[in-house]
Design a protein around this ligand. Structure first.
Ligand code: FES
Length: 376
């Protein structure tokens, strides 16, 4: 057999392996019941849009009483919902923390607060295109971030950067409404006075002088009544007690600098909880790979950059890949890696998932050409 024949034989064998693997049907045992539950869709209508700052808006979503979901599910402060949109005929999803009081869900209302981001497809679409009266489908609230009366300490220090303030507004309302019994100090780091989201609400809460307090630091402006500069150990010191729970939501740089400060206070790791809405990976060299997507009745081949997740590449190509949390947490996007190598960032697989070649495309960056089987 000459080299060309050998290559052709190997190619044929590889295709046969991929073909047979693509017919594998995942067993029911691997489909987590929780995943099924959080994938339920609620039909809502945008009933109010409030401009918080020049690039942030709060959307009030009310259950569509004429739909099959006239009531919304309850939620815990800190949870998120995933919105489902069709942009340029491509189905896309994004997760946003709920910024309203959990008690509003009893009135079938959710609020989400969205900030404009550079090249942010969904956030910018929401800000520029969605109007009062528009329908919006959302998933059931999900996520583990927030305060637990059973596990957490009564002295809660929240650290928010920019739009990371949203889950803490929900938590502040929950504490003021006595859903939780704890003290909350929110350190809110923001560039300038004009960038403060929920300015009026924060003022009103601080005036109450109850067990919730907001401390705002402006990193790029000096103004009376506000701290100035990045958060420091000295700023936190008066509020740190013997036992604390720390909640953080904001950009990764903030997490890095705050972790150094928290170490100085000897706050144990298990008492620090992070909200994570982003997955980043900086490859040493930027490359482009082929991504073959095997679906139930068709196969599509697209390109995928090694600094973007497989999920983003599929969405860019208009493939309706399933997703909810987008950070490797919920398991809803899991798909079978038939061929190739990926780097999965910040998420781990359950034993059964790993044994069956599952990956989470929302946190997987290609490290070779890829063949992926989607259950759609
Ligand atoms: S969308 Fe939740 S794990 Fe991927």
């Amino acid at each position: 057999m000459d080299t060309t024949e050998k290559i052709a034989k190997l190619k044929k064998e590889r295709e046969e392996i991929i073909e047979s693997a693509s017919k594998r049907v995942p067993e029911d045992t691997y489909i987590d019941k929780e995943v099924k539950k959080i994938s339920s869709i609620y039909h809502t209508i945008i009933t109010d849009i409030k401009e918080e700052t020049k690039d942030v808006k709060t959307f009030t979503l009310s259950a569509d009483k004429n739909s099959s979901t006239p009531n919304l599910a309850p939620f815990k402060a800190g949870q998120y919902i995933t919105i489902h949109l069709n942009i340029d005929s491509s189905p896309v999803t994004r997760a946003y923390s709920l910024s309203s009081s959990p008690s509003l869900a009893n009135k079938d209302i959710y609020k989400i607060t969205i900030k404009r981001v550079e090249n942010g497809l969904v956030s910018n679409y929401m800000l520029d295109n969605m109007k009062v009266g528009d329908p919006l489908d959302v998933s059931k609230p999900a996520g583990e971030f927030g305060y637990s009366m059973i596990k957490d300490e009564e002295n809660v220090i929240a650290i928010a950067g920019g739009s990371g303030i949203t889950p803490f507004m929900s938590l502040a309302y929950a504490i003021l409404e006595e859903i939780y019994n704890c003290n909350l100090t929110v350190f809110y780091s923001v560039r300038t006075y004009d960038d403060i989201i929920f300015k009026k609400e924060i003022e009103e809460i601080n005036k109450k002088k109850k067990n919730v307090k907001f401390v705002i630091t402006l990193t790029r402006e000096e103004k009376e009544g506000f701290l100035h500069g990045h958060l420091t150990k000295e700023m936190l010191e008066p509020y740190v007690k013997e036992f604390n729970t720390v909640l953080m939501c904001g950009p990764k740089d903030l997490y890095r600098s705050m972790n150094e400060i928290l170490n100085e206070f000897n706050i144990p790791r298990k008492s620090v909880h992070y909200e994570n809405f982003f997955v980043e990976y900086e490859p040493a060299e930027k490359l482009e790979y082929k991504l073959k997507v095997v679906m139930k009745d068709k196969v599509e081949e697209i390109t995928c950059k090694n600094d973007e997740t497989l999920l983003v590449a599929m969405e860019r190509a208009g493939i309706p890949a399933p997703s909810l949390c987008r950070v490797g947490e919920c398991g809803y996007c899991r798909s079978i890696l038939l061929d190739g190598k990926v780097k999965m960032i910040g998420a781990s697989l359950k034993k059964a998932e790993a044994e069956n070649d599952y990956i989470h495309p929302c946190v997987s960056f290609p490290d070779s050409d890829i063949v992926l089987k989607l259950d759609i």
